[in-house]
Design a protein around this ligand. Structure first.
Ligand SMILES: NC(=O)c1ccc[n+]([C@@H]2O[C@H](COP(=O)([O-])OP(=O)(O)OC[C@H]3O[C@@H](n4cnc5c(N)ncnc54)[C@H](OP(=O)(O)O)[C@@H]3O)[C@@H](O)[C@H]2O)c1
Length: 371
């Protein structure tokens, strides 16, 4: 576990102190994050698979904030591998993914290719006996993801989806608030995420499973699934983009207990990327983009702010390193899964994504992809 040991859980202390209390009693302070210092995580040797945008962001953040070693990079082209290696001071550059995953001095492969390629590249790394961190979403659909998880478990290697939001200290604090029942039972969750992206971005490419859902949408959908479970019912609307991908969509969903979630995502402009979690005793409101480092508040039912988590808004540089450090801790302790992003959580998110696609008729096989 990526947690300090020895102390009683904050949630247990809170529950004891408020046992049998049914009024709006809130703790006097937020719990501290239980994440251990990123700089102390035992160094692992990482191989970067793919040399695109997020591969560079991950490398920059991890090199600046941890003792993890980015030891090699692999690309479909030797030229791109060498360019990336020279920019980031990486010792080994391979002109194929196959060579990278077979390098004997690498512990873990970070798969940073487009999501339609994750299934192939993750299996390549697992079959070579490497631990794997794959960019989000885990795969194109639940069937692919289930095959990847089964392969990792059979081979006995670490595997996780790089949904970095859930590796942030902020989310460990949120988790403790939820575990302690501070806001009661969750009744509804509101969230969305849109960005403006230029027309030549891969998100407009139907052959790369473009559209916002499996890209930006993975953040709100993973949050909804984490808090409400896989929905029993989804309804929605979707608008096609002339490029042949979905341009935007909005959905409402419900679980078996009647708790509801709403979610929207768009390729046409930046949205607040907010989230609000409504419980029977209070609510949590994220002050800025909920998926980034930043602040949130805990509100009581009467609308007063009871607790505040204050943290400057951060972007990839300020956040991606947490997942690398957290994973290095758990691998060094012999674990094959991260408590921050368990494999079943990723599989459930894939089920919700499949259900949304079914509700709004988004089918990647039309672009020639194998569903
Ligand atoms: N965590 C986050 O905040 C975050 C942010 C953005 C994206 N992502 C995720 O990261 C993944 C990659 O996104 P990105 O924005 O980095 O993409 P990108 O800039 O297009 O880079 C993808 C890389 O994958 C490799 N690749 C392999 N097969 C490919 C193919 N058929 N077409 C195009 N590229 C191919 C290429 O590297 P080589 O040419 O070197 O082989 C390419 O540079 C996606 O799953 C996305 O959802 C995560």
């Amino acid at each position: 576990m990526q947690r300090a040991s020895g102390n009683r859980l904050w949630s247990e202390q809170y529950a004891d102190a408020h046992l049998g209390v049914f009024d709006m009693t809130f703790p006097s302070a937020l719990p501290a994050s239980r994440l251990r210092p990123p700089q102390d995580a035992p160094p692992m040797r990482w191989g970067i698979l793919g040399t695109g945008w997020i591969a560079a962001k991950f490398t920059e953040s991890v090199k600046a904030h941890t003792r993890q070693v980015i030891a090699a990079v692999g690309s479909r082209s030797e030229e791109a591998a060498k360019r990336f290696a020279s920019e980031w001071g990486i010792q080994n550059a391979y002109g194929s993914y196959q060579e990278l995953v077979q390098a004997s001095d690498i512990d873990i492969i970070y798969v940073a290719t487009p999501h339609g390629q994750h299934h192939e590249h993750v299996l390549l790394a697992i079959n070579a006996g490497k631990h794997v961190l794959v960019e989000k979403p885990m795969a194109l659909n639940h069937a692919q993801a289930a095959e990847m998880v089964a392969a990792a478990r059979k081979k006995g290697v670490f595997f996780a989806e790089a949904l970095w939001t859930y590796f942030l200290p902020k989310f460990d604090v949120v988790q403790q608030i939820l575990d302690a029942g501070v806001i009661g039972d969750i009744k509804s969750v509101y969230t969305e995420y849109g960005e403006y992206l230029p027309r030549d971005h891969r998100i407009f490419d139907p052959t790369l499973a473009g559209g916002p859902l499996l890209d930006l949408g993975t953040y709100p959908v993973s949050l909804l699934t984490k808090l409400l479970g896989v929905p029993s019912k989804v309804v929605g609307v979707a608008t096609d983009d002339p490029a042949g991908v979905n341009g935007q969509l909005a959905v409402a969903m419900m679980n078996y207990h009647g708790a509801q979630g709403t979610m929207a995502t768009t390729l046409y402009g930046f949205t607040p990327t907010g989230a609000a979690v409504i419980g029977t005793k209070g609510s949590i409101r994220f002050a800025n983009e909920f998926h980034l480092p930043g602040s949130f508040e805990v509100w009581s039912l009467d609308g007063s702010v009871r607790l505040k988590y204050d943290e400057p808004r951060g972007a990839h540089f300020e956040g991606l390193f947490h997942e690398a450090a957290g994973i290095a801790y758990v691998i060094s302790e012999g674990s094959f899964e991260s408590p921050c992003r368990p494999l079943d959580a990723s599989l459930d998110t894939m089920k919700t994504l499949d259900a949304i696609r079914s509700a709004v008729a988004i089918n990647f096989s039309r672009a020639g992809l194998r569903e």
